[in-house]
Design a protein around this ligand. Structure first.
Ligand code: R5P
Length: 266
């Protein structure tokens, strides 16, 4: 692995902790104006100080993040589908050249193992890894799970291992029972997505269980920006993932911040 690629990776997974809190705000690329991201600039501004990196599309980055902020960007480069169509029918939407122009620290590509367009999405990943290796750009593979797939260790382990075999430098997947099996079989660091919004304590438990079972961290979106107190929630997630706090200790942070600044409704 060359110097540039390792340098970029270390901006995402900080060597001091070996862990990472990635803030995912790329949902609009297939969902449109997702709840909580109607005004991405406002949402992102208050959360960035507590994130190690931001996962987003180039459109969101350009319009919602000041270049001077300096947050490492994990740039989503696959997409081209919407919730109205077959989601696995993705193409590469952003060139490596544009990723470099945006000073991305990594690029992200979804794979749909078992999906209708499995082969094309795995091809997207492999080609992006080839380009990433050429330019020193790490590639995060996102294991997207179709509605018909079960999110168990057997399926997720298969998807993660295939992504790693094709050369992904990091893999993002979902937490599941027997998660350690997924991590142990993957060969490269694994981060978890948060999934649909769940109660804050449950989301913290998910993050806690994931790092306990070998995850390098989280790439979490809705459970942070759809929280009643997004800033408190990202601080609490960070406390669990990076500071070794228990779920109860971290949840107290959420309760304290809610008490000081109760959520306002427009
Ligand atoms: C999904 O394909 C997107 O990449 C999201 O970034 C991902 O699902 C993580 O966000 P959440 O924690 O909301 O699931």
């Amino acid at each position: 692995m060359d110097w540039g690629l390792r340098n970029r990776l270390s901006r995402i997974v900080r060597p001091e902790s070996g862990r990472t809190v990635m803030l995912a705000v790329d949902h609009g690329y297939f969902q449109g104006p997702t709840t909580g991201l109607e005004d991405p600039a406002g949402t992102v501004r208050s959360l960035l100080p507590y994130a190690d990196s931001l996962m987003a599309t180039r459109g969101l980055v350009r319009m919602s993040v000041e270049p001077s902020v300096g947050i490492p960007i994990v740039l989503r480069v696959s997409g081209g589908t919407s919730i109205l169509k077959e989601l696995s029918d993705e193409v590469i939407t952003t060139s490596m050249e544009d990723a470099i122009r945006l000073n991305a620290s990594a690029v992200a590509v979804s794979v749909f193992v078992g999906g209708e367009h499995e082969r094309e999405t795995l091809g997207n990943l492999a080609r992006t890894v080839d380009e990433g290796e050429r330019y020193g750009m790490p590639v995060l593979a996102v294991t997207a799970v179709g509605r018909e797939m079960s999110r168990d260790a057997r399926y997720l382990g298969l998807a993660c291992r295939i992504a790693a075999e094709l050369g992904a430098h990091l893999v993002k997947t979902y937490y599941c029972e027997d998660f350690r099996r997924v991590v142990d079989g993957c060969m490269v660091p694994v981060v978890i997505a948060g999934g649909k919004k769940i109660p804050e304590r449950d989301a913290l438990q998910l993050a806690y269980n994931a790092v306990r079972d070998g995850a390098t961290g989280v790439d979490m979106g809705r459970n942070i920006f759809q929280s009643e107190s997004p800033v408190a929630m990202i601080k609490a997630v960070r406390a669990v993932v990076k500071d070794g706090k228990t779920v109860e200790e971290a949840y107290r942070l959420v309760e304290q911040e809610k008490a000081v600044a109760p959520p306002t409704k427009d």
